[in-house]
Design a protein around this ligand. Sequence first.
Ligand code: FAD
Length: 374
Amino acid sequence: MENVEVVVIGAGQAGLSSAYHLRRTGLTPGEDFVVLDHAPAPGGAWQFRWPTLTYGRVHGMHALPGMELTGADPGRPSSEVIGEYFTHYEHRFGLSVRRPVDVREVRDADWGGRLLVRTSGGDWAARAVINATGTWDRPFWPRVPGQELFRGRQLHTSGYRGPDTDAFVGKRVVVVGGGTSAVQHLLEISEVARETVWVTRRPPLFRAGPFGPEEGRAAVALVEQRVRQGLPPQSVVSVTGLPMTEEMRRARERGVLERVPMFSRVTEDGVAWDDGSQAAADTILWATGFRPAIDHLAPLRLREPGGGIRLEGTRAVRDERVHLVGYGPSASTIGANRAGRAAVRDIRALLAGGHEAAAGTGTSTGTGLASPAA
Ligand SMILES: Cc1cc2nc3c(=O)[nH]c(=O)nc-3n(C[C@H](O)[C@H](O)[C@H](O)COP(=O)(O)OP(=O)(O)OC[C@H]3O[C@@H](n4cnc5c(N)ncnc54)[C@H](O)[C@@H]3O)c2cc1C
């Protein structure tokens, strides 16, 4: 077992921002703190996103602190652009990310006020943990009666590799979900499919105007409020609405964005509604989002009766040694940047032995949601 001051779990935007600030405040990577990630390569969840999600199609991707991302070709997949950028970033700041290391559980070490981090690559004892594990590893599949009967294919956004595959070309496709990813999938699949049906639980809210800092602040405040109450964080799009782009306007003219309400069951050959209507389908694509990947924190019993983890800034109210970054209101690239900085400021005060000094220092994760996630 190795002893360190801090373990950072996850090397996406939130984990790397945290590592940058830990180093900046004088801690040595690999000695005073370690960053663990179970993915095979740098890039956080970006490395797994579909190739047609080009860099030009992500809006408001904020650079990590201390190093700009310049000159990227907007036509290249964001998985490649951001994977390379994160690789340079890790080298430039000598962050020594250990991968692939899967964190299996975090529990109280029962000695020295430490936390025990158990992983596929050994155990660490730490005085604080920054959890930056994102959501990609926990795709959310709603349960709908009859799902197991369906003879076609069912995929989730997490397994989507673009429209030019057997699952979509010339096929009848049902896309489920009201977020940005659902709309992006729908737009490109509609170009190759025989027919598409778009299903959402609630009527989608399209936002015509620009999404400025004020709207960003308002959206973050709403998600923050839920997290402060110990409720599970909701999707950001449910707060901000969908941005109406030129591409979407054209798709709407083609009739692609005609949404229908959620079906009540899946049949062998498609989906069906209570009023007796049906849609035949070869493929159902569940663009139904993700949930925080935090099962490894279960032994710490951080969850509130409402199902979420109550945070003060980024700090878990039930355990001051644990911070969650990239969670809820900080689940965006700019939010993750700010959360990393806030968590480190708080943890440095904890390590210095004066947590009161950290409390109330304004660990708000800030405004920014430049572009809402799915
Ligand atoms: C399709 C899509 C498009 C988006 N577009 C934008 C955009 O345009 N602009 C924007 O600001 N935001 C966007 N977002 C949101 C943004 O990607 C994230 O909020 C942001 O990158 C923060 O990432 P993160 O570090 O919290 O998580 P991630 O990038 O998911 O990183 C988490 C890391 O933790 C690791 N990990 C997870 N569990 C474990 C474990 N048990 N043990 C070890 N390692 C573990 C994973 O391997 C991963 O590397 C988008 C999200 C999606 C899904």
